[in-house]
Design a protein around this ligand. Structure first.
Ligand SMILES: Cc1ncc(C[n+]2csc(CCOP(=O)(O)OP(=O)(O)O)c2C)c(N)n1
Ligand SMILES: [Mg+2]
Length: 323
């Protein structure tokens, strides 16, 4: 698929912005000021950006614990995300959620959750709601290969297929659920294999190539909007860092020798930069200027977060529901 040059450069900028945020978090995490576990998405930026580029602002997404990229790609507010990591009252969840519980309803991000697979039935319900309300919106759920081990995926797919719901199931297969490889958890060795008998428009794409992800997402969105039903897109990618926290986990020994280095050569951000430079769509000076703007934006967001108040004790009982 060919993406218009200006659009491809913009997709690169978004991926670089997500990567830069992840690296900034990683650099500051040891200071222990971010009182939240973090699950970095370094290596998986092309999935979030490619899918969200196919969506309208009023379309919905449900995200998971590794969700900073989804949040930014859908247009979520950067300052509110960083403030949430510092558990401040200016955070997108008013400091109550931390890294795994992000939300920005104004841009259709209806929430991420620490419950693995939790977004799958919710996104299916959103698709049903769109249908019942006569809206032509689509609903997307991002989930990992670990979530794909759960029965709720198959119930949700069945309902979505039965009712031809406008739901797009985006599997980010980053090869591991914590330390367990996919092949040790799925009969047939891959999630996609298990889904083949189902009559879904299923695509298996290189999740490190944003153009491939975008093309599959655009096809799925067109199908959903025209009432033809759900789609399932498996994006093959790789988690470049440890499951949680900052830094590499290579010392844990669960990844085969040389695997990280092999995936580093397929780094989605670096590869796209090289392709843009080689094609003359971007030059080094423009790239450096882009990096500078992002760094300044991050400086500002981190300063804003650190200067923001923590939620006060008087807020403790707010937003609770009881009968
Ligand atoms: C229902 C549920 N089961 C188990 C866990 C513990 N847990 C947290 S993250 C995780 C791995 C999820 O793997 P995957 O879905 O592939 O996402 P990834 O971390 O690779 O992005 C597990 C098992 C949980 N949070 N929720
Ligand atoms: Mg995984």
């Amino acid at each position: 698929m060919s993406v218009a040059p200006a659009r491809l450069v913009e997709l690169y900028r978004q991926m670089l912005r997500i990567r830069s945020l992840q690296e900034r978090i990683e650099a500051e995490y040891h200071l222990d000021e971010m009182k939240t576990p973090v699950h970095l998405c370094i290596g998986q930026e092309a999935v979030a950006v490619g899918v969200c580029a196919a969506l309208r602002p009023d379309d919905y997404i449900m995200s998971n614990h590794r969700g900073h990229g989804h949040y930014l790609a859908k247009g979520g507010d950067l300052r509110a995300l960083v403030a949430e990591l510092f558990c401040r009252s200016t955070g997108c969840s008013q400091g109550r959620g931390g890294s795994m519980h992000l939300v920005d309803a104004r841009v259709g991000h209806l929430g991420s959750s620490s419950i693995v697979g939790g977004g799958i039935p919710l996104a299916t319900g959103l698709g049903l709601a769109c249908r019942m309300q006569g809206l032509d919106r689509v609903s997307v759920t991002f989930f990992g290969d670990g979530a794909a081990d759960e029965g709720v995926l198959y119930e949700s797919l069945n309902l979505a297929m039965l009712k031809k719901l406008p739901v797009i199931y985006v599997l980010e297969n980053n090869q591991y659920s914590v330390c367990s490889p996919v092949a040790s958890r799925q009969a047939g060795g891959s999630v996609f294999h298990g889904l083949e008998p189902q009559r879904l428009l299923s695509a298996k794409v290189d999740g490190n190539q944003v153009e491939e992800v975008l093309a599959a997402a655009e096809q799925a969105v067109a199908r959903a909007r025209s009432g033809e039903g759900p789609s399932f897109i498996e994006c093959l990618t790789y988690r470049m860092r440890g499951h949680a926290g900052a830094g590499s986990d290579a010392h844990l020994g669960y990844r085969p020798e040389g695997e990280i280095a092999r995936w580093e050569r397929r780094d989605p951000v670096v590869n796209l930069a090289e392709r843009l430079l080689a094609a003359g769509l971007l030059d080094r000076a423009t790239m450096a200027a882009m990096e500078e703007v992002i760094a300044a934006e991050l400086d500002e967001a981190f300063a804003f977060a650190k200067a923001s108040p923590l939620p006060g004790a008087e807020e403790l009982a707010l937003h609770l529901f009881s009968e």
